[in-house]
Ligand binder design. Sequence first.
Ligand SMILES: [Zn+2]
Length: 376
Amino acid sequence: MEQHLVTLLTELVAINSINRTLSAGPGEREIAEFIARRLNDLQLDAAMHDVGPDQRNVAATIAGKDRRRSLLLNAHLDTVGVDGMDQPFSLKRQGDRLYGRGTYDMKGSIAIMLLLADYFTRQVPPLDILLTFVSDEEDKSTGMEYLVEHWLPRVSPAPVGGIFLEPTEEDIGVCHRGFTWCELTVTGRAAHGSRPEEGIDAILPLRAALNAMRDIQAELQGRDPDPLLGCASIHSSIIRGGSELSMIPSRSCLQWERRTLPGESPRDLGRELERILQAVNQHPGGHTAAGSAFFVRPPYRVPDDAEILRRIQKATPQSRRVGLPFWADSALAGAMGIPSVLFGPSGRGAHAINEWVSLGSLIRVYEVIKNLIQSF
Ligand SMILES: [Zn+2]
């Protein structure tokens, strides 16, 4: 088992699957083909989805005794970049630690899923197992979006639950924050710097926006924190404006991020955006302003009474229920009514140069999920 896992992870790490759009990597085509071949070797019918240029998903169903119920397992195929890493694509073992890009986030979990496929194609599981491997989680989640729009709706009936094998230190991830990206554009009138009275400065009104954001952040910090996720937050991200030193700027743009908590509604966020916009409009000067939320990823919390939560807690009684600071693909499955939890191995260095996963932890995660499946 241990040797099997190390060999498999060595092969997975050797395939460069750096995200295309995030870090100009080659994408997930090669790793998807590798996984599809492994699944086909197990006589599974692995479907490859063409999500985008060099972006592929792989999905396969292991038939269970009860074909009317299914469980979703999910891992993402992409990794972040490897700048500053010595030999990112060759697995190195030091005691319990397996080093290499993606070992922890999350090729170790891909290896677990392939070993589970190996086991449950020989030992028929109580219910169908949906093995899904998606692209682009580290950037725009186009792989999971594809799965949710095109593949999962065709699976009938819908899965009773989902497990996203993101690294959670063997804790059970029951919720995570969402995020919303917003943008505000101010339009003024250009004029030569020597004739300021003829222009309308488009940058100055942004201070009203920044002040409003500072007030909102203070209010968010003042609210009762979510017991697992803490407080919601807002921060400025990108600011642009002006064109020449001797010109009154005619345009400026401010972008910001709002990290959201389960329970916050789009309407609450709309009111905040309106408040920032109003502050800018009330700033003297004759400019105009327009704003919008241009990218929304919802927060997620698995329902307390979800069967998947009860079963995974039983399969790993010592694991704590935790909130995760990052957004994850599980929110998209949750939004389509699949109660989902996150559960994966321990290690260190996701998105950092010294990434490793614990071999012992990978084996424990494999055993927990195997037992959980058998509990159905
Ligand atoms: Zn990840």
